[in-house]
Design a protein around this ligand. Structure first.
Ligand code: ZN
Length: 277
C-alpha cells in the first residue's frame, strides 16, 4: 500500500467514525436550559404564558415583583400550582444599588411576604431588579439569603415587539446550561417564549427550572452567590444519561424538582425503573 492509499484509508476511517459517533452523542446527551420570566405576574399576558407552558408540559422560573403579586394573587398562585419555580425580584422593582442595605432588606421581605401569602411558598431564588447589586452588601443581609440568579442569554424582549426576532436572538446562541432572561410583560415576549420552546425542543433541549438546571449540571447552589449559567460536570452528565440514579433511595434529591419535570423524566424510563410518583 502506498503512503497516499494509507492516508486515504485513515481519513475514510476517521470520517466513518465521526459519522457514527456524532449522532449518538447528539441524541443521547440531554441538553437543558431554563426559561426565566421577570417582573410579573402581568394581568394581561401571564395567563396566556401559563396556558402555553401547561400545554407543552414545561416549567419555568418566575422572578415575581411583590407589588404585582398583590395585584394578581390568583396568577401568582397558578404559577406555583403549575410547578414553576418562584424567585424574589423585590417588591417595588427599585434598583438595589439605589437603596440602603435596610431598604433592600425591607423591599425583599415585603415581596417574600406577598409571595408567601399568595402562593403558600417561599421564594427559592433571588434576582435583583436589573441584575444590579453589591455582592458584599447582599451577603450581609439575612433577608437576601438566597442564590442570586442572573442570566447568560438576554434577547432584550422588553424593547422588541417582534416575536420572531426575540426568538431568533435566543435560538441562535443558546447552549446547554444557559439561563434565558425574559419578561411576561408583552404579547410578543409570550409568543417568542413559545417559539423558543418549540424550536429548541426539536433540537433536543429540555426546559427545566433554575434549581433543576443547577442540579442537572452538578451544582449545589449557595446563598449569596451569583450564577449566570451552569456548566455540566462530566460525572453528572453520565449520571443523567444513566437510569440507575433515578431509582436509588433518596431520589429525587432535596431540591425543588417540579412534578412536571419528574413525570417527564419518569416517562423516559422503563416502568420497572421509574419509581417516582
Ligand atoms: Zn425586572
Amino acid at each position: 500500500m502506498t503512503d497516499g492509499e494509507a492516508m486515504r484509508r485513515w481519513l475514510c476511517f476517521l470520517l466513518i467514525l465521526g459519522l457514527a459517533v456524532i449522532p449518538i452523542q447528539a441524541s443521547d446527551a440531554p441538553k437543558y436550559v431554563a426559561l426565566t420570566f421577570d417582573d410579573g405576574p402581568n394581568g394581561r399576558f401571564t395567563k396566556n404564558l401559563l396556558d402555553g407552558l401547561e400545554q407543552r408540559g414545561i416549567c419555568a422560573t418566575f422572578f415575581l415583583s411583590g407589588y404585582r403579586v398583590e395585584q394578581f394573587p390568583q396568577l401568582a398562585k397558578r404559577i406555583a400550582q403549575q410547578g414553576n419555580e418562584i424567585g424574589n425580584h423585590g417588591y417595588s422593582h427599585k434598583l438595589f444599588t439605589k437603596l440602603t442595605p435596610e431598604g433592600v432588606c425591607a423591599d425583599l421581605s415585603r415581596s417574600a411576604e406577598a409571595i408567601r401569602e399568595a402562593t403558600g411558598q417561599e421564594p427559592t431564588l433571588l434576582r435583583p431588579p436589573g441584575g444590579l447589586f453589591d455582592a458584599e452588601i447582599l451577603k450581609n443581609i439575612p433577608c437576601a439569603n438566597l442564590p442570586i440568579i442572573l442570566w447568560s442569554v438576554d434577547p432584550m424582549d422588553w424593547c422588541c415587539k417582534d416575536a420572531a426576532t426575540i426568538a431568533k436572538r435566543v435560538t441562535s446562541k443558546v447552549k446547554d446550561g444557559d439561563i434565558i432572561l425574559m419578561h411576561d410583560m408583552s404579547e410578543s415576549s409570550v409568543e417568542a417564549a413559545f417559539r423558543i420552546i418549540d424550536t429548541l425542543e426539536l433540537q433536543g433541549y429540555e426546559f427545566v427550572t433554575v434549581s433543576e438546571l443547577a442540579w442537572m449540571c452538578g451544582t449545589r447552589m449557595e446563598n449569596g452567590v451569583p450564577y449566570y449559567r451552569f456548566s455540566k460536570k462530566a460525572s453528572i452528565s453520565l449520571r443523567v444519561a444513566d437510569t440507575e440514579p433515578w431509582t436509588k433511595p433518596g431520589f429525587p434529591p432535596p431540591l425543588p424538582f417540579s412534578a412536571v419535570f419528574s413525570s417527564r423524566v419518569s416517562s423516559r424510563r422503563s416502568p420497572s425503573k421509574a419509581p417516582m410518583a
